[in-house]
Structure formats: structure tokens, C-alpha cells
Write a protein that binds this ligand. Structure first.
Ligand SMILES: Cc1ncc(COP(=O)(O)O)c(C=O)c1O
Length: 464
């Protein structure tokens, strides 16, 4: 760390951060990002870093988009705040709920606003309870979630999350959350098992668990269409079809967590479209505002909504809401995001550049340190392996990927995410990225990977 008054030193002194080792953070301090333009962010010295992860998978339109900034500024002048509680509302929230209802793959969808993906998923748990209480199904409250799925950090959302460090020492998960296997064929299939057979096995496992728990106790199944933080896991083709068949036969809702996949990330507007999911609810956040403002939306189908209203009729009052839900500035930015998506033909842009993204990322398949490469749209992952010929992966502590990530960042000024599960390097650049920038991103990555690879060889960890 530099001098005691540097931003980094003051940060280390006063702030508590997440998803890091606290002592390392306190001793080393963070790298402080002070600016951004396009797909680049700048540190305090003005050094540009290529943001291969769009921050936290979220800045779809990159940094410094004037139209998004203007949308926020104009709304700040018009009405910087008003709430949407107790029979009040604000125009941007009304307009946005209407637009979202029009574009999601759920008929007559209703929208509830919150501030983060975590909060929206937490509210989903509350709504599920309320709904089933209204229907007199007091036992039907459990939610099935998947190992390695990530759904957020609040007590409820972290419980839905299937990543051990999100639970450890936080006394989580809360009761009523049941975890099933993730659809990770690469690591969890049996010898000789095809992807189709594997998907069938997971559907059977799901059914066995439903029967074990009692179908009358299970309300919903939550999943990211493609698992993001858990390592960019793309389920086998027939997986969701089989899972939905099981859910349908036990009257269990499908809760799609579109926080990463939504808004074009996987090539279509929604991950549900890419993966063939028929959702009852969708959780939206991140790219909803291109992360320029904190906002999330819980979108639910009309049956779910009418159950909730019925419950409220019994009680006479819906005892739920937040000060900032439907914040006018955040909603104004989200409206602009949706407008720009159309105006700038973002889906055709993504269709175009994702071909290049795929061809570039697939070039890593032959790299000696790479065990697997996967991608969909502008979401991709390179998983490192100790001995690719024998299919031996590194122990899933992410240490080698972290080394590549640190090298890429320090020496080649490239930021990407190291997935907390397994030695995976995840790429989710701003959706505005162009072909030349994609080439540059993977060029920088290759330099870091080659360097770490030859060091590991010298250290006797891998054979080349
Ligand atoms: C799929 C998914 N759901 C929910 C969340 C939680 O969102 P937030 O960090 O806005 O609370 C995340 C965050 O990364 C996520 O990736």
C-alpha cells in the first residue's frame, strides 16, 4: 500500500468489503477504480484496464454512456425521489413495470421493484410463503435450489445460494431450502454417461427429492438459466425440459434467476429463451440499469399475483415494501436501457460479436493449461486443468485461476472474474464490446495464461 492518506489506505482503514479475505484486503488495500469509458475502467493513476467482466457481470452498456447518464440527471431534476408505497407511485416505475411486463416471457406479468438481485430473491421467498398461505397450503413453502447456484447475499438469497462459503459461519441456509445437484456434466457425470442420460438422472434425482420431502411441501425450484458465479455452467440440452416436466407434475413453480443472464447476455433477451425455460417468475437486476443505478425487479405471473392479492384480502393489508423500491431515478435509467436496446439493435450486435467471441475463446481449447471452454452469447468460461490429457482438473480452490487473474490484471491490465467454484476464468464483457476489443481481451488473457503456464511447468506442477 502507498502512503497512509492514499485512497487505498483509507479504504483499508475504514471499509469492510465482501468476497475477499479480510486481512489481505486490510493489509494490501484495494485497487481503486476512479473512472471508466466504454469497456475500460481507469485506476487512480489513469491506467486503463479492459473490463472483461463488465464489473460484476452488469455494465451492459459499458462505462460513461451519456444517454444513460442523462436519463438519470433529467429524472433527478424532475423528481429525485418519491416512494411507491401506501397508494403512491411515480411515473418511471409505472412505465418500467409496463415495459417489463411487455417484454418478459410471462403472460400478464406483474412487477415488484427492489434494489438488488439479493433483495428481489429474498422477496421471492416472502411472496412464495404469502401465496401458499393464501391458498391454504401452509406446508408448500420449500424452495429447491442447486449446488453452486448463486442467488445473493441476504439471509434468504444466501440460503438459496448453493456455494458453501456463502453459508459457512453465517448459520445458513435457513430451513426450507433444499439443494439438488448442479447440471455440471463435465465434473459430475458418471463414466460413459451421455449428456442426455445425465440430464435424465438429474431429473430423477429431483423427483426423488420431491417425493422424499413431500410434493405438498415444495413451492418452487430456482435456477439461473446458465449458472454464472458458480463457474458458467451450461446445462445439457435436454435438462430443463426434463426438469420442468417433473416440476409440472408436482405443481412446483419455476423461478428463473435472470440477474446475470437477462438482457442479452446469453444471446437472446432472456436466458429462459436461450435455454428453453417456461418461468413462473423472473428475477432481474444488474443489466436492468446497466448497473448505473441499483435496481432489481421481481416479475411474477398472474396466478402468483392473484394468490398474493387473495392473501392480502384476508389480512386487509400487504405488510411488505421498501423505501427505495421503484426509485424514480433508477427506473428512469432502466427505461433508457430498454429503449437503447432497441434503438441500438443490441440483440443483432450481440448476435454478430458473439460469433467472434466464441471463435476467440474456443482457441484456448488447445492450450495445455485449459481443460474446458464453454460459452453462450457473451458469457464464457475457460476452466483450467492440471492434466488435460487425463482429464484431471485442479482442486476446486480457484488458486491457479486466481494466479492467472492477478497476472492478467497486474501486467496486462485485463480484468475478468475468477469463478469461486473451480479453477475457472469467466468472461462477460460489456455487451457493447466490438470484435477488435474481443480480440484484444483474449490476447491479453493469453499472455497471462502462457506465463503462468510456463511457471507452473518450471515448478513441476504441470507437464507441457
Ligand atoms: C444470478 C445472481 N442472482 C442474484 C445475485 C445477487 O444480486 P446482487 O448482488 O445485486 O444482490 C447475483 C449477483 O451476482 C447473481 O449473479
Amino acid at each position: 500500500m502507498q502512503n497512509r492518506n492514499s485512497a487505498s489506505a483509507r479504504d483499508a482503514k475504514y471499509m469492510i468489503h465482501g468476497y475477499c479475505d479480510l486481512a489481505t484486503q486490510r493489509n494490501k488495500g484495494p485497487s481503486v477504480i476512479s473512472g471508466g469509458k466504454g469497456i475500460f475502467v481507469y485506476d487512480e493513476n489513469g491506467t486503463p484496464f479492459l473490463e472483461g467482466a463488465a464489473g460484476m457481470w452488469c455494465t451492459a452498456f459499458g462505462f460513461g454512456d451519456e444517454e444513460l447518464i442523462q436519463a438519470a440527471v433529467e429524472q433527478l431534476h424532475r423528481l429525485p425521489y418519491y416512494h411507491t408505497l401506501a397508494y403512491k407511485s411515480v411515473n418511471p416505475a409505472i412505465d418500467l413495470s409496463e415495459r417489463l411486463s411487455e417484454i418478459v416471457p410471462i403472460d400478464e406479468a406483474k412487477v415488484h421493484f427492489a434494489l438488488s438481485g439479493s433483495e428481489a430473491n429474498d422477496f421471492l421467498i416472502k411472496f412464495t410463503r404469502y401465496y401458499n398461505n393464501a391458498l391454504g397450503r401452509e406446508k408448500k413453502k420449500k424452495i429447491i435450489s442447486r449446488v453452486n447456484g448463486f442467488h445473493g447475499a441476504t439471509i434468504g438469497a444466501a440460503s438459496l445460494t448453493g456455494i458453501p462459503v456463502s453459508h459457512e459461519a453465517f448459520d445458513l441456509p435457513i430451513p426450507g431450502i433444499v439443494h439438488v445437484s448442479e447440471p455440471n456434466w463435465l465434473h459430475n457425470s458418471q463414466p460413459g454417461e451421455s449428456k442426455t442420460e445425465y440430464a435424465s438422472r438429474l431429473a430423477h434425482e429431483l423427483e426423488d427429492i420431491i417425493l422424499r420431502e413431500g410434493p405438498d411441501t415444495i413451492a418452487g425450484f430456482i435456477a439461473e438459466p446458465i449458472t454464472g458465479a458458480g463457474g458458467v455452467i451450461i446445462p445439457p440440452d435436454t435438462y430443463y425440459e426434463k426438469i420442468q416436466k417433473v416440476l409440472d407434475s408436482y405443481d412446483i413453480m419455476f423461478f428463473a434467476d435472470e440477474v446475470i443472464c437477462g438482457f442479452g447476455r446469453t444471446g437472446n433477451m432472456w436466458g429462459c429463451e436461450t435455454m428453453g425455460i417456461r418461468p413462473n417468475t423472473m428475477t432481474l437486476a444488474k443489466a436492468l440499469t446497466s448497473a448505473y443505478q441499483p435496481l432489481s425487479a421481481l416479475v411474477i405471473d398472474k396466478e402468483f399475483y392473484s394468490g398474493i392479492e387473495m392473501g392480502c384480502n384476508k389480512i386487509g393489508y400487504f405488510g411488505h415494501g421498501t423505501t427505495y423500491g421503484g426509485h424514480p431515478v433508477a427506473c428512469a435509467v432502466a427505461l433508457k436501457v430498454i429503449e437503447l436496446f432497441e434503438q441500438r439493435n443490441m440483440l443483432s450486435h450481440i448476435a454478430q460479436v458473439s460469433k467472434h467471441f466464441k471463435s476467440k475463446i474456443m482457441e484456448f481449447k488447445d492450450h495445455p493449461l485449459v481443460g474446458d471452454v464453454r460459452c453462450k452469447g457473451l458469457l464464457g468460461a475457460i476452466e483450467l486443468a492440471e492434466d488435460k490429457k487425463r482429464g484431471k482438473f485442479f482442486s476446486p480452490d480457484g488458486l491457479i485461476a486466481k494466479r492467472v487473474k492477478d497476472r492478467a490484471e497486474e501486467r496486462y491490465k485485463l480484468i475478468f472474474r475468477q469463478a469461486p467454484c473451480g479453477d475457472t476464468c469467466a468472461f462477460s464483457p460489456p455487451l457493447i464490446i466490438n470484435e477488435e476489443e474481443i480480440t484484444e481481451m483474449f490476447k491479453r488473457f493469453r499472455k497471462a495464461l502462457d506465463e503462468v503456464s510456463s511457471e507452473l511447468h518450471q515448478e513441476g506442477v504441470i507437464e507441457l
